[in-house]
Write a protein that binds this ligand. Structure first.
Ligand SMILES: Cc1cc2nc3c(=O)[nH]c(=O)nc-3n(C[C@H](O)[C@H](O)[C@H](O)COP(=O)(O)OP(=O)(O)OC[C@H]3O[C@@H](n4cnc5c(N)ncnc54)[C@H](O)[C@@H]3O)c2cc1C
Ligand code: SF4
Ligand code: SF4
Length: 459
């Protein structure tokens, strides 16, 4: 039997491990941790599967062929609303804001302006939902963070802050299937898209997951990201017990945040500014999922509301953090307006929202077009994207995108070498030359871009 497109997704390394394919009736799929500490789907017994089940599974996979793209899904969900606008980066949107939560603790406890947890709690209080499906630390689990279901405000608040960590949805979707109620799902764009697709196949999910909140997404990290950070701070990977990826630092800017971690032994809490962490630069894409290189949804275009960081000069000096907020569901806009006294928000243009994620868009538009071109040149299977394959970019930009691809493998090899030698220094010594080569090429390209911008201003 020929491979189905979902099998090509898995075999080609395009699986993001969302676990949504496990949620279809009689699913033959499992999601499991692989040797690089990321979730990947696997078929239990290929011989036993009917082609009807495989066809259904590929209708829910965000990377499979033949599924609607984010614009098409967005049109079905939102285009009927009179005040809805659309643009190529934000998808459909009703209103856009920047700001933070004024009501105590949400902002200080959140990654950014605290909108994520505040909005989830406010929706619960307003009885728009009964449960929140989100990610938090679970006592007794062998993973640092997992998807779970919260039904109380205290539980929602415990889940605040970004988890740059592998997660998957299989067990929470099983819970939703077995337990009636109104659920809010919080997740990265591809997870939201997968659940939208699932909701079209299995109506029970459409009836129960009544709201979705998307996070702006650069890329997802494997478990090695957390472990390598902890290891650099003196906690052996086997002993890492907890990590806070987003510590707000006094006297710093919002984007110069810190990290803290705790070991199982008597290690105490270790903290550092992210700038002193070897793998701090998101541009390197260290320990990312390969699938993220073939994704073109930065702003969770199929979510009712999207929240992210306002990485803009006018907000970044405030170390406590400011959100960008994109609203697609008028009920959420109305709720925010009802509770406006708890917030400090202002309208933000769609252009500004785009600018707040310019680096992410470069990698996932220009960079993606080039990566697709490279795949097509090698005649390799790859997911269908809205971005068209192209090599029409400068040689310096090509070099940057080309360098990011093998960096992923080199970093994993270096981490394994360090594990074998039980010595973090081996990791550091092995990857430093690659990072400095990358930095040299990046600096040149950055200067070129800056010069082009300056020319535009003065001409
Ligand atoms: C993998 C990842 C990549 C991101 N990349 C970017 C980026 O490139 N640019 C940008 O502006 N913002 C990015 N974000 C979003 C940003 O880090 C903040 O999560 C966002 O600004 C919300 O902050 P807050 O203070 O409003 O929310 P908080 O009050 O801190 O609440 C966050 C909510 O999100 C949930 N959550 C945290 N991690 C995950 C996860 N992995 N999967 C599902 N739910 C989760 C929490 O449980 C909590 O309910 C990313 C987030 C993640 C998880
Ligand atoms: S649905 Fe998710 S877990 Fe399943 S194959 Fe696709 S990306 Fe992987
Ligand atoms: S970058 Fe895309 S594929 Fe990767 S986690 Fe984010 S939304 Fe999913």
């Amino acid at each position: 039997m020929d491979k189905s497109s979902i099998e090509k997704v898995i075999a080609g390394g395009y699986c993001i491990g969302c676990g949504v394919c496990t949620a279809i009736k009689d699913s033959p799929f499992l999601v499991q941790y692989d040797e690089e500490e990321k979730y990947q789907a696997r078929i239990v017994d290929r011989k036993e599967i009917s082609s009807a089940v495989l066809q259904k599974a590929e209708k829910v996979c965000p990377f499979a062929y033949g599924i609607p793209n984010e614009d098409e899904l967005g049109a079905t969900l939102y285009s009927n609303e009179a005040r809805m606008q659309h643009n190529e980066y934000l998808g459909y949107f009703f209103s856009t804001y920047a700001g933070y939560v004024e009501k105590p603790f949400y902002r200080s406890k959140g990654s950014s302006g605290g909108m994520g947890s505040w909005l989830a709690c406010t929706m619960l209080e307003a009885k728009l939902i009964d449960y929140v499906i989100h990610v938090r630390h679970m006592e007794g689990s062998d993973k640092l963070f997992s998807y779970t279901i919260s039904s109380r405000k205290e539980e929602i608040e415990q889940g605040a802050k970004s988890k740059y960590y592998p997660v998957e949805l299989s067990s929470v979707l099983e819970y939703v299937r077995d337990n009636p109620g109104k659920y809010l799902l919080i997740g990265v764009p591809c997870f939201i898209k997968a659940v939208r697709l699932l909701s079209e196949q299995e109506k029970i999910f459409k009836e129960r997951i009544v709201f979705t909140m998307g996070l702006v997404c650069g890329h997802l990290k494997t478990g090695r990201f957390a472990k390598a950070i902890g290891w650099q701070m003196g906690i052996h990977p086997d002993n890492l017990e907890s990590i806070d990826f987003r510590v707000k630092l006094d006297g710093s800017t919002a984007n110069a945040y810190g990290v803290s971690a705790k070991g199982k032994a008597d290690d105490g809490l270790k903290s550092s500014s992210m700038k002193n962490i070897l793998i701090n630069n998101w541009g390197y894409g260290i320990f990312r999922y390969n699938a993220c290189d073939y994704c073109d949804d930065v702003l969770s275009e199929t979510a009712d509301v999207t929240i992210g960081d306002a990485w803009l000069p006018e907000f970044v000096n405030d170390n406590l953090g400011t959100n960008v907020i994109i609203i697609r569901n008028p009920h959420i806009d109305a709720l925010i307006n009802e509770h406006i006294q708890e917030l400090h928000i202002q309208p933000l243009s769609a252009d500004k929202v785009f600018q707040s994620q310019e680096g992410g868009f470069r990698h996932r538009r220009e960079g993606l077009a080039y990566r697709l071109f490279l795949k097509d040149k090698e005649q390799e299977w790859r997911p269908k994207k809205r971005v068209v394959a192209s090599n029409a970019i400068s040689s310096k930009r090509k070099k940057i995108y080309e360098m990011r691809i093998p960096l992923l493998g080199k970093v994993n090899e270096a981490y394994e070498l360090a594990l074998t030698n039980n010595d973090f220094k081996k990791f550091e010594q092995t990857i430093k030359p690659y990072l400095s080569e990358y930095n040299t090429v990046y600096r040149k390209s950055f200067l070129e871009r800056l010069l082009r911008k300056l020319k535009k201003v003065f001409n």
